[in-house]
Every structure is written in structure tokens, then in C-alpha cells.
Design a protein around this ligand. Sequence first.
Ligand code: TYD
Length: 207
Amino acid sequence: MKRLITFEGIDGSGKSTQIRLVCKRFDALGLQYTAVREPGGTRISEKIREILLQKENLELTAAAESLLFQAARAQLTAEVILPALREGKFVICDRFTDSSLAYQGFGRGLDLNTLETLNNYATQDTQPDLTFIIDIKVATAISRRSIKVTDRMESGGDAFMERIRRGYIELARGNPGRYRLMNGNLKERELFQQIWNILQEKYVGVL
Ligand code: TYD
């Protein structure tokens, strides 16, 4: 049984906090899992991450950007995700294929079918079992990260973020079987409880 769980949302949605809480619960239960974040997670993927996020790389085209995200993903999938899944572990991803659809597709305007083809190529057709999309207003997300230095992707502006948010919502509506649209305004603990309930329902007898 494949156990790939992904978390998605705009920057500042609070998904990393929720992932931390899920991992803590997995630890408490003694469950075997691997947690990764994209882009990154392998030696090569971390190098690609630097290129993608450095603010001085202004000339990076949308096509080059999308291929770099896919290159980082291909490496992470082959080196970390697939081996862990084969060992029967849970794999928890902070961003995965849907980030490409949301950011490069809805955000940058690249063709969604092409991006899906690239996603499948990079991941060797690996699809998440379950994807939590933490939905939050752009203004709220921005206010949460106001003290942080922004990276290249975060410098895209409010309209860019708004398109990404709408994109995630559209993805969630299109496939309610895989996606769960979560309210990112809830208190940390309350949101975690909802996420945990969904996980328990999905993995009955395991969690
Ligand atoms: P990161 O600092 O990891 O942001 P976050 O904590 O919000 O996940 O930076 C990753 C950035 O890259 C983020 O702005 C989303 C973006 N991204 C894409 O545009 N496409 C992708 O395929 C992925 C994986 C991330």
C-alpha cells in the first residue's frame, strides 16, 4: 500500500507547522515515516533550490523555472521518496507535484497539461494518496510572514499569490477524492485535529 501524503498551500499558509504536528504524532505512535520538503531534500535538489530561490536570478524564465523544479523533484523522488515508499514507510511531503500546477500553471500561466506530463515524468508516475491544501487569504498569509526576508518566488506579488490560491481551490474541487481543502484560519490545534481525523479515516487500522 502506497502511503504518500502531501501538503500544499500558498507561502505562509501554515502547512509546515501542520507537518511538524503530524510528524510529532507519528513519532509518538512509533510509526515509520520520511518527511521531505520541495524543492530540496537531496544534495543535488538543494543546489537547484538555491538557483530557484535566490533573488538575484531575475532572468530565470518561467519554462526554465518549471524544469528546475521538476529536476529537483525527479532527484528527490528517485533518491528518497520511492525507496521509502518501497520500504512501506509513510512519506510526508511539504509541497509536491501540485505546487507546479498551482505556481507555474495557475501562477505563471504555463500550460497545465504540459506541467502534468512533466510531473509524471519527474515522479515516475507517483501520485499522492492524499493532499491537504491549507487555504488562507493572501493578505493573511502575507501578514504572517512579514518579518521574514522574501525569496524570489515570494516576490511575485499579491496578484500572483491570488492566482495560486484560486488554482489550489480549483484543483481541490476537481478531485475531492485526493484533495482535502482545509481552513488555514483555524487555530493550529483545531486544524491539526481535523487533519488527524482525515488521516485516521484514510489509514484505518494503521493510525
Ligand atoms: P519554500 O521556502 O520552501 O516555501 P514554503 O515554506 O512556502 O514551502 O520555497 C519554495 C517556493 O517554491 C515556494 O514559493 C513555492 C515554490 N514552488 C513552485 O513554484 N513550484 C514547485 O513545484 C515547488 C515545489 C515550489
